[in-house]
Write a protein that binds this ligand. Sequence first.
Ligand SMILES: [Zn+2]
Length: 422
Amino acid sequence: MSYVQSLLNFIDASSTSFHAVAHLKQELAAKGFEALNEKESWELKQQRKYFVTRADGSIIIFVTPKNWTPNSSFKIIGAHTDSPCLKIKNNPISIKEGYQLLNVEVYGGVLLNSWFDRDLNFGGRIILEDENGQLGQKIITVKKKLRIPRLAIHLDREVNKKGFTPNPQEHMFPIIGLREDISFEDWVKEETGIKGNILSWDLFLFDATESSFGGIDEEFVYAPRLDNLASVHASFEALKASDFSEGTIQMAVYFQHEEIGSESQNGANSNFLEATLKRIQAFVSREEETFYKTIARSFFISADMAHAVHPSYANRHDPNHKPSIGKGPVIKSNANMRYATDAFSIAKFKQWCQKANIPFQDFCSRNDIGCGSTIGPMVASNLGIPSIDIGNPMLSMHSIREMCGTRDHDDIIKVFKEFYRG
Ligand SMILES: [Zn+2]
């Protein structure tokens, strides 16, 4: 069975972190997972399924075991719900040369030039006030297409020789129309049919084109936000397909704000995961020592996409560490611990791959090119939990439109199932 069509559907439904979490919540509720609220007391039972969200952009999902004791442990897969994009500012309308433009901020490490000449939509969450002054939140999508146009080559003759280097303050304005006067709030209400007073928003632009298969054998996925919705989807499918464990709490955690450093109320460097683990653990023991013993027995997989070798730029990879699309998940290592991986966690991951009968590859960056980082080192150091950084190989990372392999997606789901089982 292939999960890849369901990945495309998930990505298209998850245009922002807020949409991704809303979509997951809907599916979880339909599958009998019970919603927990951080503001309320929790009554947990063994052999039950739960989820809890924070600030609408992060979610933790967990399944309690058949035989839940102080000797149980956690098996956790973590990923992130956000992707680099453009965020709409608080005073969003600018008028230039008769065009109405949207004022945006760059969110994360955007490959800026990929956002030009693309059809764009926007959406996210808005905060509304009703007649009684009560605040409410709504997840919205505005389907009208917008565009950031490139300058014609006739007006920029040297661009192919000198390169295209847009300035994020001067050149990244989506054109929204030609109206004389426009209130952003009124426009959003007109497009979404929402009533009430819009007080504020977290709204982001995204690619309006649907995800698709590509390649002569449809061996590729072409889609926005593969980093890191592909890892969210893979672990989510594995968790849903897993039977109740004898003694392990199976868990997935999806954080917002990884692309901007994870320092937020609900990012990977917040207390969301630790607080949730402690609240869960309290049902079998409230002793601090028991919690630390449980963490030491547990395991965390940080799942985030990896750099496949690019055929035209193969020298950007270390010659012995050049992962390819179609050859399985990538184990990411870095001597300076930009990844959480160590020899122990590599050995564990290799065993799960072998049991699942899937290949794996290694990534280690060139010594003269610094490597990125993930939520892995943060979670590993904050909790002291044995951890690994892995992820499927992809090209065009942080472009508005990325690509990865169909086979790899099904393979990583197999190893995640093995992880939750073993
Ligand atoms: Zn990522």
